[in-house]
Structures are given as C-alpha cells and as structure tokens.
Design a protein around this ligand. Structure first.
Ligand code: HXC
Length: 255
C-alpha cells in the first residue's frame, strides 16, 4: 500500500473511516469524501500519519459533476489513483408500499448511481492512462437473499453486485482492472446499525441470527479491504466476500 492512492467514498465515519485509516497506516495517500466537511476534517485528524496524507472532498455521490471534480482533485493532489472503495450508502427501514418516489430515488441515487458515477470516472482515468487499478464495492448480503423493509437498498445493492461482476469481466479482460465486493453483516459503530436496528427486540433477534453471536468490527472490514487491494489478492476478480459471522445463512427481517 505504500505510496498508493486510494479514494474512499463515505470516508468520514464507520467502515469508510476504518478502511481509510488502515490504508493510511500502511503508507497510502487517501481521499475521503462525504457530505459534511466538519466530519471529514475530524476524520482526517484521526487518520493522517503525516501532513498532506489525507485529502477531504466534500461532495454528494449523487452528483456526477462533483464526482468528476473529486477524481480530478485527487489526481491533481496525489498524481494518480490506484484504488477506489465505493462505500457511501443511504438506507432506512420502510415498508415497500409506503415508500415515496423521492425516498426510492434517494437510496437508488446514492447506492446504485453514486457507485456508478465514481466507478466510471475512475475507470476512464485508468483506461486513458493504461493503468491497472482495482475497485471494492460495499454490498449487503440481502443483495442476493432478501431485505424485507429495505427494498430500495436491496435493489440498489443487487445492481452494484451485477456492476461488480460485469466490470470484472469487461474491464478485467480488456484492461486488467479488478473489481470485487465485500458484503458486511452487522458491523458495530456504523450508519447501518443506526439506521436498521430499530428496537431492542430487533437487536436481540439480529444477534440470535448471527452464528458467531457478535457484531463485526470496522477494522475487520478494513483488513479484508486491505487484503483485496494487495498483491496477495491479485487473482481475485469479480468475487463478493461476505464478512457477517455467518448471518446470511439465517433469515434476516427488518420489519
Ligand atoms: C420513509 C423516508 C425515511 C424513512 C427518509 N425518507 N427517511 N421515508 N421512512 N425512515 C424519505 C424522505 O421523506 C424523502 O421523501 C426521501 O426519503 C429523501 O429524504 P431526505 O432526508 O430529503 O434525503 P437526503 O437528505 O438526501 O437523505 C438521504 C437518506 C438519508 C438516504 C434518506 O437516510 C441519508 O442521508 N443516509 C446516509 C447515511 C446512511 O443511511 N447510512 C446507512 C447505510 S447502511 P419525500 O417523499 O418525503 O420527499 C447500508 C447497508 C447496511 O446501506 C447493511 C447492513 C446489514
């Protein structure tokens, strides 16, 4: 990771911050993005091991122009881009029949379209420069099981899974670019836990559904992301690695 340049969207908190921290600790330069500049600056203080190692870009992944500006700024600051983590996400629990059009579009635009805008902008940059970068998309296991109560997120994550596998073949074949995904289960201190665990009853049911009987930790996800970007994973392409204590093998319900 030394001197590599990594972009982490949604990098000011939770898993995004933990991944950025790990990459920086291993010597990478890191761009973190998010909608709140104060949160980004606080994360930068926590992540940086030397001045100038972390670039904060305030932006919303739903805006393709801001995404392009973020990619250009990263290139101008660090000279290149090696890796991208599409971690930014939006989610909330709501019955499918009650979702407003705007509610559906908000999550689809953040998760599916936002991932696409970042992926295409970075991919074009690599292809123009003949560079073999690699991408990690953050999924959820309900992309292939069912996410009752989060149909917008489940549909978007399923789309991102298709994007992961399609580009692993299309860009892998033509350009040697690797695209993989991580499907985390319930991870402590994340927006996902805040948004999806609505009551003590649900928390207890969720814990019973996890064979290992504990939540995952952001640093465990960060270690997996570090491995997937490393040369040790150079032959892993188009895969989805689940890190959920075995939870997806049980049923999960959010209603
Ligand atoms: C019903 C809701 C709602 C809710 C928002 N909406 N929350 N509808 N139930 N609980 C509706 C609003 O009423 C509005 O529709 C529309 O959604 C947009 O809401 P806004 O607040 O105006 O949008 P915005 O400010 O853009 O916020 C986007 C967001 C928000 C997705 C709604 O929650 C957000 O910013 N989230 C980012 C952080 C996050 O969610 N992290 C968790 C990711 S976890 P109307 O019609 O009223 O205008 C994850 C995977 C976890 O993704 C997997 C774990 C196993």
């Amino acid at each position: 990771m030394k001197d590599k340049v990594v972009i982490v969207t949604g990098g000011s908190s939770g898993m995004g911050k933990a991944m950025a921290k790990k990459f920086a600790a291993e010597g990478a330069f890191v761009t973190i993005t998010g909608r709140n500049l104060e949160n980004l600056e606080a994360a930068k203080q926590e992540i940086e091991t030397f001045d100038g190692q972390v670039l904060c870009v305030q932006m919303d992944v739903r805006d393709p122009e801001l995404v392009q500006q973020m990619v250009d700024k990263t290139k101008a600051t660090f000279g290149k881009i090696d890796h991208l983590v599409n971690n930014a996400a939006g989610n909330f629990v709501a019955p499918a029949e009650k979702l407003s059009l705007n509610a559906w579009n908000s999550v689809i635009n953040i998760v599916l379209n936002g991932t696409w805008y970042c992926t295409q902008a970075v991919g074009k940059e690599w292809i123009e420069n003949g560079q073999k970068g690699s991408i990690i998309n953050i999924l959820a296991t309900y992309a292939w099981t069912a996410g009752a109560g989060v149909i917008h997120s489940a549909s978007a994550k399923a789309g991102v899974m298709a994007m992961t596998r399609t580009l692993a073949v299309e860009w892998g074949t033509q350009y040697g670019i690797r695209v993989n995904a991580i499907a985390p289960g319930p991870i402590e201190n994340t927006g996902g836990m805040d948004k999806l665990v609505m009551s003590e009853k649900h928390y207890n049911a969720m814990m019973r559904s996890i064979p290992l009987r504990r939540l995952g930790r952001p640093d465990e996800i960060a270690d997996l992301a570090y491995f997937l970007f490393s040369d040790s994973a150079a032959y892993i392409n188009g895969d989805v690695i689940t890190m959920d204590g075995g939870q997806w093998l049980n049923n999960q319900m959010f209603l």
